[in-house]
Design a protein around this ligand. Sequence first.
Ligand SMILES: *Cc1c(COP(=O)(O)O)cnc(C)c1O
Length: 309
Amino acid sequence: MARSPHVTVRVDLRHIRENVERIALQTRVPIIAVVKADAYGLGADRVVPAIAELVDSFCVFSLSEARVLDLWCLTGRSCLVIGPPTLADPQEYLAAHVRPAVSTAAQARELKEAHPIVCVDTGQQRFACPAAEAASVISEGASDEAFTHATNLAQVRALRQAVGGMVSRMHAAGSSLLGEPEAFLDAVRPGLALYRGAVRVSSSLVEVRKSTGPAGYSGFESDHHGVILAGYSHGLRPGPCLVNGRPARVLEVGMQSAFIQTDAADRAGDEVVLLGDSLTERQVADAWGTTPQEVLVRLTGTGSRQYVE
Ligand SMILES: *Cc1c(COP(=O)(O)O)cnc(C)c1O
């Protein structure tokens, strides 16, 4: 799909590098940078080279993502594929310098030559082996590394309990546990924390008017309102925005346009910021009733991208 000329997604690669440097200083363990889903919509082809020298390795969901990015050729860094293995041939993984995550003894046996990494279930109950089976999956695949998807310290402890001493590298923490030193183990696997604050999504008012009464489909009321050419199809929902730097509201969203709360001084052509500047992923996520990760992929999905090196 062609990217919309009416929505600008500006990705600050320097800010992403600063985020990585901050995580490195704070955790002092290797960083496995999660760049799945096109780096949460920011463009993995640009994000990956920008941070490659600062990270230990990369993590994507599928072998095909790693291949499309050609991560090994681009960076010389290996890549963990966390989704369920889709190919049983270890050579396919070796050729791409990709290490598959495995969660059953059968997968571990099949992919042994590809140096599989064992995913242990500590509560997530998805693509992971029960803790009681971890030892046998590790030995089937001759694995030296295991991880879990943890959102609390009890899950980190459960991983250590299940595989501590059996592997030379364990990791558990995504972005939500970067404030918990006990969760760092031998590496951290942040996604969101790499991208926070690095994206600015904006559009501009194509009309402004003084309202003559209840407006739009929903009959919203506002003294003045304007319209932008961004809507559901661009991932937008009603919620906060900034108009000429001032906090305002996305009042109502349609398929390809949205009504914006404006005031008498705003003019057609003025900028509306949908994410970025003083408007954080968290603020938008709270207003939308979702996660910052979803806000990023939705709002970056269809706009024209610009990169700040
Ligand atoms: C997506 C993912 C992460 C990163 O999650 P964030 O919360 O965005 O940091 C880490 N580990 C696994 C296994 C994941 O699937």
